[in-house]
Design a protein around this ligand. Structure first.
Ligand code: PLP
Length: 372
């Protein structure tokens, strides 16, 4: 055997995530590994909690990164807040609402789907109507930023409706956190999760989560054990809970956490509002270029995500061939359509570190050349 070290090619990641990782984060991750119960590491984790509270705009004590990707963040919310027989309304307007339904079913819960058109925001009126006809609903779950379509839903209004009907909320902010406003306390979100690899521009594999007191009360009142040992919050709280003690639960992914810490320091240095504004500015530049080329964004203006731009593939254009040329000739990765949207959309990410004028211009120039 003569297998040698792996050296990835240079790429510009302009797909739906992972996004380009800030070199500061890669440098932070290469620092020496220390023990995850070392007092210095624990002090770093305390800072991480403060930084995550800032990113989520919350004072929630139970705010921490799950040692696994965004899907585990989704799962930790579902397995802890739902018990067998509980009714949960899931608003689905893309692929990730479908994954929520899978999670609910595997908890033995009863999912009620509120289906919206893929590519549009979740309709608050439909949620209200469904809650009226299902008054025994315990939890409402939805995706704030649907990465599969580029649509942004009105999380504040959806949470307000759910709370008025006495429900807890689970909100997916994998693609929104750091790129669009997410205000956990102001909006009254009970359980929220995100991912490290999108607008935080960290490496994939960590899922920031946050739970408020209402969610914790629900977890404490459970009649049944959480079916997953790893994701059982009553155990994880021994490491991450508010009492300051750090009991061994699992070996933390130490260097990955250095990376997330650095990503959150970068976010704090820029300032959340400035980061949101930068994502909007670069999105508008991309939009202007796309429209000048005679192409169209697929989502209507009011519901567009600035960090995930869904472009309608023009008739007669070979989707896969265009993406392959962008990758081979320009080292540029964009995303294909997912699920129902396969063959209909290109998904162009301008996320975190990758949301910059240089990437906008490189993409527009490369696409123009490939299309003509
Ligand atoms: N939710 C949304 C909206 C996502 O975009 C993704 C990933 O793209 C996930 C959940 C799952 O995250 P991960 O792939 O990190 O498990």
């Amino acid at each position: 055997m003569s297998i040698t070290s792996f050296h990835p090619p240079a790429r510009i990641l302009m797909g739906p995530g992972p996004s380009d990782v800030n070199p500061r984060i890669l440098e932070a991750m290469s620092r020496p590994t220390i023990g995850h119960l070392d007092p210095v590491f624990i002090a770093m984790m305390d800072e991480m909690k403060t930084l995550l509270q800032y990113a989520f705009q919350t004072k929630n004590e139970l705010t921490f990164p799950v040692s696994a990707p965004g899907s585990a963040g989704m799962e930790i919310c579902f397995v802890n807040l739902l018990e067998p027989g509980d009714k949960v309304i899931i608003c689905q307007n893309g692929v990730f609402g479908g994954r929520m339904k899978e999670n609910a079913e595997r908890c033995g819960a009863i999912p009620v789907l509120v289906e919206d058109t893929w590519g549009a925001a979740v309709d608050p009126n439909k949620l209200e109507e469904t809650l009226k006809s299902h008054p025994d609903t315990k939890v409402v779950a939805f995706v704030h930023a649907e990465t599969s379509t580029g649509a942004c839903s009105d999380a504040k209004t959806l949470v307000e409706i759910a709370r008025r009907h006495g429900c807890l909320t689970i909100v997916d902010t994998v693609t929104s956190l750091g790129g669009s406003p997410v205000k956990v306390d102001e909006w009254g979100i009970d359980a929220i999760y995100s991912g490290s690899q999108k607008c935080l521009s960290c490496t994939p594999g960590l899922s920031p989560v946050s739970f408020n007191e209402r969610a914790i009360e629900r977890i404490r009142a459970r009649q049944t054990k959480v079916q997953s040992w790893f994701l059982d919050l009553s155990l994880v709280m021994g490491y991450w809970g508010g009492d300051g003690k750090r009991a061994y639960h699992h070996t933390a992914p130490i260097n990955a956490l250095y990376g997330l810490h650095e990503a959150l320091v970068v976010l704090q240095e820029e300032g959340l509002e400035n980061a949101w504004e930068r994502h909007q500015r670069n999105h508008q530049a991309l939009r202007a270029g796309i429209e000048a080329m005679g192409l169209q964004l697929a989502v209507k203006e009011k519901e567009r995500l600035p960090q995930l731009n869904a472009i309608t593939i023009p008739a007669g254009v070979d989707d896969a061939a265009v993406r392959a040329r962008l990758l081979q000739e320009y080292g540029l990765e964009i995303g294909a359509g997912l699920g129902e949207m396969a063959g209909k959309l290109w998904r162009v990410g301008l996320m975190g570190y990758g949301s910059n004028p240089r990437n906008v211009l490189i993409f527009l120039g490369a696409l123009e050349t490939v299309l003509h």
